[in-house]
Design a protein around this ligand. Structure first.
Ligand code: GGG
Length: 331
């Protein structure tokens, strides 16, 4: 049966890089695409950023390809990740031959808890000029992301697992996160499952160390906000956000999106780097069991990154369309 992919371009450059990724997917796989709307423009037109139909369809599709969220990120991408029942946001960060990278030896992946932390959406104005935010960390979600992260490391050949935290300050919440990871590691050691060794790391010091010694890191398991921030930091080591794909996976069907947002500064100019979204599409193919097609897409992207053409973020002057054509030509 042909598998169905919900396509949600969203805002800004999402509307340019998602069509590029569809072109690539059409060249390597037989998939059915259904497009749905969400984002700032939809909110302006209808009053709600995420139409109920888009949410429902994300839950029903075999996978969703998402572009970018703007001002309405909290109303769009967080519920969409929930609609596909994902609890892990996997963000691989690799340096590519031919791309001018600050740290060419970087090859790591963030495994970010995707359902709670400060992104649980519990914010309020408790008095005039006073706002609060509740940080939610549960034992269940901490154990679940630890199990996923250890499995991901073992399955993808990473020897080093680091767990980011700030338990010396956020004692109850990050203390709970670390306890959950420790319990899972202990259980895995008892049943002899792979990848039970890990290093806890204070996330502020970790931010420095990632810049200085990225080659020391493999999989970095993070609470929600830390994963969002540290992965953007790591993008700077390998040539920028135009190169980072991501997968939101876990229990359900999966949502795949570039790590970058809507980039309003370049939206509409036709020069956004499609690589992050095309590599996210490769993760989608892998999720659907199309490993060979995924590998072809990755090889084509790597070839174009090495030989050009390149978009301006990578020092070139090529358009999104020219880079996409070059990727498709290599398939
Ligand atoms: N494609 C990723 C995107 O639109 N990012 C905007 C954003 O603010 N995301 C928050 C998050 O990843 O949790």
């Amino acid at each position: 049966m042909t598998e169905s992919v919900l396509v949600v371009p969203g805002d800004g450059v999402g509307r340019e890089v998602v069509p590029a990724a569809i072109e690539v997917l059409e060249a390597v796989a037989d998939l059915e695409f259904v497009e749905a709307d969400a984002g700032d423009r939809v909110k302006r037109e209808t009053g709600e950023a995420l139409p109920e139909e888009t949410y429902r369809r994300a839950g029903e599709a075999d996978a969703t390809l998402f572009g970018a969220a703007g001002e309405t990120a909290a109303d769009v991408v967080l519920p969409l990740r929930e609609a596909v029942d994902s609890f892990a946001n996997v963000r691989p960060v690799r340096a590519y031959p031919g791309v001018d990278a600050l740290r060419p030896e970087t090859d790591l992946a963030f495994v970010r808890e995707n359902t709670e932390g400060v992104y649980a959406g519990i914010e309020s104005e408790v008095a005039d000029g006073v706002t609060t935010l509740t940080r939610v960390i549960t034992e269940e979600a901490s154990r679940r992301i630890a199990e996923f992260g250890f499995d991901y490391a073992a399955d993808n050949g990473y020897d080093d697992v680091t767990v980011a935290h700030k338990a010396n300050v956020m004692r109850a919440t990050d203390g709970r996160f670390l306890d959950g990871v420790a319990a899972v590691a202990e259980e895995r050691a008892e049943r002899d499952a792979a990848g039970a060794d890990y290093e806890p790391a204070l996330m502020d010091a970790l931010a420095t160390d990632l810049v200085v010694r990225p080659e020391e890191y493999g999989v970095v398991i993070c609470p929600n906000l830390a994963g969002d921030v540290l992965s953007d930091l790591a993008a700077g080591l390998v040539g920028g956000l135009g190169l980072l794909p991501s997968a939101n996976v876990g229990a359900g069907n999966g949502l795949f999106e570039p790590v970058h947002g809507s980039a309003p500064d370049i939206a509409g100019e036709g020069v956004a780097n499609p690589a992050a979204t095309v590599l996210s599409a490769a993760m989608l193919l892998e999720h659907l069991g199309e490993e060979e097609a995924a590998a072809r897409v990755r090889t084509a992207v790597e070839g174009v990154l090495a030989d050009g053409p390149r978009t301006p973020d990578l020092g070139g002057d090529a358009s999104t369309a020219a880079v996409t054509d070059a990727i498709v030509a290599r398939l």
